[in-house]
Design a protein. Structure first.
Length: 103
C-alpha cells in the first residue's frame, strides 16, 4: 500500500518552486550545521522535492551571487545583513530556511 506521508511538505515545496520561480535554479544545502537526525531526514525530503539540488556547500560564505540555499540556522543576524535574502521560513520546512545571496 502506497501512502503520501509527506503530502503537506510536497505541496508546500511545489508552491515555493512555483511562487519563487525556482524551476531552473540550483539549490544548495549549507552542510556545516545539519543538526540532528530529524533535521537531516527533513532536508533529504526537502531536497528530493527541489527541481535541481546542488552538491552542498560547507559554509554560507561559499554561496555565490543569486544562488539559493537551505540553511539550518536561526541566526537572525544573518538575515539582518544585506548579503542574504530570506526567501522562506515556513513552519512546514522547520528547521530549514531558504535563502538567496543577493550581494
Amino acid at each position: 500500500m502506497l501512502t503520501d506521508r509527506s503530502r503537506e511538505l510536497r505541496i508546500a515545496g511545489q508552491e515555493l518552486i512555483d511562487r519563487e520561480k525556482l524551476q531552473g535554479n540550483k539549490i544548495e544545502v549549507i552542510k556545516n550545521n545539519l543538526g540532528n537526525q530529524k533535521s537531516v531526514s527533513k532536508i533529504i525530503k526537502i531536497s528530493l522535492l527541489m527541481p535541481k539540488i546542488g552538491n552542498g556547500i560547507e559554509k554560507i560564505e561559499d554561496l555565490k551571487m543569486n544562488e539559493y540555499a537551505w540553511i539550518n540556522k536561526s541566526n537572525n543576524k544573518l538575515f539582518n545583513n544585506d548579503h542574504y535574502l530570506l526567501i522562506n521560513d515556513s513552519e512546514i520546512f522547520f528547521p530549514w530556511k531558504l535563502i538567496k545571496r543577493i550581494k
